[in-house]
Design a binder for this molecule. Structure first.
Ligand SMILES: Cc1cc2nc3c(=O)[nH]c(=O)nc-3n(C[C@H](O)[C@H](O)[C@H](O)COP(=O)(O)OP(=O)(O)OC[C@H]3O[C@@H](n4cnc5c(N)ncnc54)[C@H](O)[C@@H]3O)c2cc1C
Length: 386
């Protein structure tokens, strides 16, 4: 149920002396908040979910445009190795057989991702795993120092110079807005390298796209639960806190504590979505990464290919990375030592905050994939109701 004028409703109720009825006020209608709300509701708890945006679903929000489910906050492919999480999400939607196989466009040359035998064959003409390994080993030798000091060295030490120059350097520098040799090595701990002809990006056992989009999943999760949109928690904190026994907070942790230790940093993105009337198939793949340093965006998403769409038109989104400012969406936490230390201080405050549960990607300052955020919400529920 969507509650439009909840404040008026409750101020009338309070004036009449009625008791406030919510067990949980859930700040954020994203995947964490919605999973928590669904599970609490199942346990007969009364929940109110609020979100400052004008829609539910947080960053997994999809919207139908020209009959196509458009991923409004970037491409979202569900993947997991956990049967428990896969069965859980399948309660709310049927998934299609989409397998993520992005391609890289380097100045018009197309390469398969993740780096695999198809990539190596196109790059070097090699056809066996042994030949590919030898080529990489030879190129890795350019790293002579005994310690890796930056991302450039880290990448070359894993995949050699050619892949680094054509498929990693430009993309990474656009993504982080800094030269690769000034970026910390930890950003690239591992790189997916495969010595088989397998273009499937994920190693997980289960993957797919929910038929009908992600928003429908969240609608089902929130079925029977009070939801109020366009409501920033901090604009009405005192009033909202009085409505429930406990708060589940999924917004930014530093904002909750009024930035008392400073601001945590993020990278942000700008999405430029276009409806193309003159073609029904723009790039032949859902995800194309632009790995050169001239193209200003990092990737183009052609949404219909997530669902094998046959519509007359197509919708594409160019993804432009950008420095985060307070007016932007905070997408990727920058987990360097300064921010990690700052987060630890906020976490100590969160641990002693009474009647507030902190969860989800913003409140724990952590990049979570969807299966991980569902797992975290279910673990929180287990703890709460144990
Ligand atoms: C570009 C991009 C691509 C991704 N692709 C994938 C993918 O392919 N596969 C995958 O598994 N995962 C992917 N993810 C990760 C996925 O988006 C997250 O796992 C998921 O959205 C996290 O859910 P959440 O509830 O923690 O956060 P969110 O979805 O951000 O939800 C938090 C909600 O809280 C609301 N909120 C915040 N502050 C307040 C406030 N003060 N008052 C009221 N409301 C507030 C926000 O508006 C938001 O709706 C991707 C993420 C990004 C950024």
């Amino acid at each position: 149920m969507l509650v439009k004028n909840l404040y008026n409703y409750y101020s009338t109720k309070q004036q009449k002396g009625d008791v406030i009825v919510y067990d949980y006020l859930i700040v954020g209608a994203g995947l964490f908040g919605s999973t928590f709300a669904h599970e609490a509701h199942k346990r007969d708890k009364k929940c109110l979910v609020i979100d400052k945006r004008d829609h539910i679903a947080g960053n997994v929000y999809t919207e139908e445009i020209e009959g196509i489910q458009v991923h409004k906050y970037g491409a979202h492919i569900f993947h997991t190795n956990s049967k428990k999480i896969w069965d859980y999400i399948n309660q709310f939607a049927e998934f299609n057989r989409y397998t993520n196989s992005p391609v890289a466009n380097y100045r018009g040359e197309i390469y398969n991702l993740p780096f695999n035998m198809n990539t190596f064959n196109k790059l070097w003409g090699v056809s066996t795993p042994q030949q590919a390994k030898e080529k990489i080993e030879e190129q890795k030798k350019t790293i002579t120092g005994s310690t890796i000091t930056n991302l450039e060295e880290q990448a070359i030490s894993i995949v050699g110079t050619d892949i680094y120059e054509k498929l990693i350097k430009g993309y990474t520098e656009k993504q982080w807005g800094r030269p690769a040799n000034e970026l910390p090595a930890f950003i690239i701990k591992r790189l997916p390298v495969r010595f088989t002809y397998d273009n499937n990006y994920f190693n997980d056992r289960y993957q797919g796209i929910p038929i009908g989009g992600y928003t429908k999943i969240i609608e089902k999760m929130l079925n029977g639960i009070d939801v109020q949109l366009n409501t920033d928690y901090f604009d009405h904190k005192e009033k909202l806190d009085r409505l429930a026994d406990k708060v589940v907070y999924t917004g930014m942790i530093d904002q909750y504590f009024q930035y008392c230790y400073g601001r945590l940093e993020y990278r942000s993105l700008h999405f430029d979505t276009k409806i193309l009337d003159d073609t029904d198939n723009f790039q032949g793949n859902a995800v194309v990464n632009y790995t050169d340093d001239i193209t200003p965006f990092t990737r183009i998403i052609e949404h219909k290919h997530f669902e094998f769409g046959t519509q007359e038109h197509t919708v594409i989104t160019e993804e432009y990375p950008k420095e985060w400012t307070v007016d932007d969406e905070p997408y990727y936490p920058i987990n360097n030592s300064k921010n990690t230390e700052m987060y630890k201080q906020y976490k100590e405050l969160a641990d002693i905050e009474e009647n507030v549960i902190f969860g989800g990607r913003l409140a724990t300052y952590k990049y979570y994939d969807m299966h991980q955020v569902i797992g975290a919400a279910l673990a929180t529920i287990d703890k709460e109701f144990s």
